[in-house]
Write a protein that binds this ligand. Structure first.
Ligand code: SF4
Ligand code: SF4
Length: 306
């Protein structure tokens, strides 16, 4: 429970950072100026100065290495190392897209009993972990509102990563967006709406390069952090609504082995659900690393539960 509260804070904080990075000049690419802006400073590699004869070729190469190549290697290398050891932590604990996925899952489940339009059967209204999702048709309005609202927000935010945020906000509020700005926001809102409605899990699985590379790095390490299932106590599942499966935002079955968990985001919602079904400290699902996770990675998947 505390872990989920902590995750709520990290996700909210990062979502706020995602919205505020452009107006606070923390990070954006200014297409009008033709360079990045990072922590309030112009992040450029001196190519303009080189062509104007204000910088020697050697100094320009040094600038590209120190300001471009090295930060990129450190950033990507650091990300791969974290994923190799801990899996898709970024997805489950920070990613703004995954926050929207979880919210829409929850609203859709309240509207229809299914967290996704592609789920074949309805999930129980009351889970063994005590959470309830009473089915109410009016939740479709909230679902639609959330999908369109977040799609519009994302479209505007993405545009502020490319053009000066003050200009975009001012044009938007005064209804004076240029044709291209209006087109960008309109098309992006439409595409995001379709993606959030129909393909949000598919995007997390195969469409997002950041997610895919985290998964690949994680799968290469048998000893990485992984959710494991205590099979010796597996009989305890017989009376459960399969709360762990039903709560998984990625629609995975957390009791299966690692090969079936390629897109696990380490959100730990399954562990939390089982702890509520059993008792504090008695969850059948655990995070494991090292030898124990290696055993989990290599074992055969159970063919069927319950
Ligand atoms: S692992 Fe826990 S939550 Fe999942 S089915 Fe078994 S008892 Fe239920
Ligand atoms: S398997 Fe568990 S930790 Fe992984 S995404 Fe699903 S709920 Fe989260």
């Amino acid at each position: 429970m505390q872990l989920q509260r902590l995750r709520g804070w990290t996700r909210s904080g990062f979502f706020l950072l995602f919205l505020l990075a452009p107006p606070l000049d923390l990070f954006r690419l200014d297409l009008l100026k033709g360079h990045f802006i990072f922590l309030g400073m112009n992040w450029e590699f001196g190519l303009a100065a080189l062509t104007q004869g204000e910088l020697t070729a050697t100094a320009a190469v040094l600038k590209i290495i120190t300001l471009g190549f090295l930060p990129l290697v450190l950033f990507v290398g650091g990300g791969i190392w974290i994923s190799w050891r801990y899996g898709r932590l970024y997805c489950g604990w920070l990613c703004p897209h995954f926050s929207v996925v979880e919210m829409i899952n929850s609203l859709m489940r309240r509207a229809s009993g299914r967290p996704s339009l592609w789920d074949n059967k309805k999930l129980p209204e009351t889970e063994s972990d005590g959470t309830t999702y009473p089915e109410r048709g009016f939740y479709w309005y909230w679902t639609g509102l959330a999908i369109i609202g977040f799609s519009f927000l994302w479209a505007v935010v993405l545009l502020t990563y490319l053009l000066p945020p003050a200009m975009i906000y001012s044009n938007l509020l005064s209804g004076e967006l240029t044709r291209n700005q209006g087109l960008f926001i309109g098309v992006a809102t439409l595409l995001f709406s379709l993606e959030f409605l129909l393909a949000r899990h598919l995007f997390c699985r195969f469409g997002c390069a950041v997610g895919l590379f985290q998964s690949l790095a994680w799968m290469m390490n048998d000893r990485a952090l992984v959710v494991t299932f205590d099979r010796d106590r597996g009989d305890a599942c017989k009376t459960c609504t399969q709360a762990c499966d039903n709560t998984c935002p990625m629609r995975l079955q957390p009791r299966k082995n690692k090969r079936h968990m390629f897109t696990c985001t380490q959100c730990a919602r399954c562990i939390d659900a089982c702890e509520k079904v059993q008792a504090p400290g008695e969850s059948l699902l655990h995070w494991r690393q090292g030898d124990e996770s290696s055993a989990q990675s290599n074992r055969q998947a159970p063919t069927h539960f319950k």
